[in-house]
Write a protein that binds this ligand. Structure first.
Ligand SMILES: [Zn+2]
Length: 469
């Protein structure tokens, strides 16, 4: 019989209240979803109830103690506090129970208390916010970006890379200035989940250029007066910082999201990579479209500290043919093209120690790149030290050492000019620019394969799966 008289209704409410009090102790208790499922009249004005979660159910006879007002339950013939039964049958252990964000939200809504967020020290606030900068997807964001998966529209506006780091917590950016600063610091500088900081990736040059420009048009707005006003000098100052942050560190309040990029992952096709790293071999720079975004853009990224370049295996990319054909008609050479790319990377990124190239065709090439990059890094460091030394403030003039040409240096200089001269004469005869010919008089572009195992056999004629075996 279902309890419906007033006494049992009151008793039911009392039992419900006791269960609720037990649940509200902590978010873990709350996560258990203990409910009163079925109540009927028991003997002597008591109530028999079924209490349960999705996997545990108990049936108990309950009453309210006449004097103390406690809700009690009959355990093996003895009246004990209902809380004792709940503790026994619905225990909470830290390693078994978990409370997700929805449970937490519901628990705070139910328990009638407020959390004194503003009283927390900044370090603790940051710890709490760490949990909001999470990884909502299976792979890293750059994985999807490089693979050009349509996880989001390429034409989506706004700095959506940041919103994706925050997932459902992106509205935190609008809570208050302090929370915005803390959250952005975690997203951009690094958090537990993303220790390396803000990272972007692109699978094509066009996408990369568009991304840099888009991120460069949204201000971080973490300092006062950091939004430039149209048609005022602030707009000019913001532009200055956008293009030359290294010369105007005092204008850092106008920092955009592009300025905060720490790591870059790119996968360009062969010609895109050669143009991006400003390869000039064989006069290739003359084929570079005007206003093409090159690696000079890295100078605009003051915090950039790592670049990963994925050598593409998409040799058939049509884009390459529209601008300029770098594939030899009969003997195309992938190895030469890749060598040109990494030689330029080693030189152009000599100021950066964290440069990784993936997808090398063999270990030998990889080692050659590493050695080359190390050498360029060393010469950059030496040049920088000399430069710093030259410009260090000593309050006086700079004494220049007299350069003495020794025989060896003169020999080398003569040798270089002789070979240049010979090439120039040959080129002049054939009507091509001097830089576009090899020593033997054949054109440099497109490169002709001279590898021990011809690239055509190793790459082009094989099915894709067995190309590297
Ligand atoms: Zn080859």
């Amino acid at each position: 019989m279902v309890a419906h008289d007033s006494a049992s209704t009151i008793l039911t409410k009392e039992v419900e209240y006791a269960i609720n009090t037990y649940r509200l102790q902590s978010a873990f208790h709350f996560a258990q979803q203990i409910t009163l499922e079925n109540a009927r009249n028991g003997p002597y004005g008591s109530l028999t109830v079924q209490i349960g979660t999705w996997n545990t159910k108990i049936v108990r006879t309950c009453r309210v103690h006449k004097h103390t007002g406690d809700v009690q339950a009959l355990e093996k013939g003895e009246w004990k506090s209902l809380e004792t039964s709940l503790k026994k049958y619905f225990p909470v252990s830290d390693n078994e129970t978990s409370a997700d964000s929805d449970t937490m939200r519901a628990w705070w809504t139910e328990n009638g208390q407020t959390f004194n967020w503003s009283a927390l020290p900044t370090e603790l606030k940051e710890n709490v916010l760490q949990f909001c900068v999470n990884q909502p997807y299976q792979h890293s964001i750059t994985y999807y970006d490089r693979k050009k998966y349509s996880r989001q529209s390429k034409y989506q506006r706004g700095p959506h890379e940041i919103f994706h780091l925050l997932g459902q917590w992106s509205s935190l950016l609008r809570v208050s200035k302090q929370v915005r600063i803390l959250v952005l610091r975690l997203c951009l500088k690094g958090s537990i989940e993303y220790p390396e900081g803000f990272r972007i990736g692109s699978g094509s040059h066009k996408d990369f250029a568009r991304k840099i420009m888009r991120l460069g048009s949204y201000y971080q707005l973490v300092e006062p007066n950091s939004a430039p006003v149209k048609a005022t000098s602030s707009q000019i100052l913001a532009k200055r910082y956008l293009y030359s942050p290294q010369y105007y560190p005092g204008l850092a309040r106008y920092a955009t999201y592009a300025h905060a990029i720490r790591k870059i992952d790119i996968e360009f096709d062969y010609l895109e990579a050669l143009h991006f790293f400003k390869a000039s071999i064989g006069g290739l720079e003359h084929h570079r479209p005007s206003n093409y975004m090159t690696c000079d853009v890295f100078e605009r990224l003051p915090y950039l500290n790592g670049v990963t370049i994925w050598l593409t295996r998409k040799w058939w990319t049509k884009g390459s043919y529209i601008l300029f054909n770098i594939w030899h008609d009969t003997d195309p050479c992938t190895r030469t093209l890749e060598r040109w790319i990494y030689e330029r990377v080693a030189q152009a990124l000599n100021w950066l120690s964290d440069v990784t190239i993936k997808n090398f065709m063999d270990e030998n090439e990889e080692r050659m790149f590493r050695d080359l990059h190390e050498a360029h890094q060393l010469s950059y460091k030496m040049t920088k030290a000399e430069h710093d030394d030259l410009y260090k403030d000593e309050g006086g003039g700079i004494s220049l050492e007299e350069v003495v040409f020794d025989d060896l240096m003169m020999d080398r200089a003569n040798l270089l000019s002789a070979s240049d001269n010979a090439r120039y004469c040959r080129a002049k005869d054939q009507g091509t620019p001097p830089e576009a010919l090899n020593q033997d008089g054949t054109p440099v572009l497109p490169p002709k394969c001279r590898c021990a195992v011809p690239c055509r056999e190793a790459f082009f004629d094989k099915p894709r799966s067995s190309r590297y075996q």
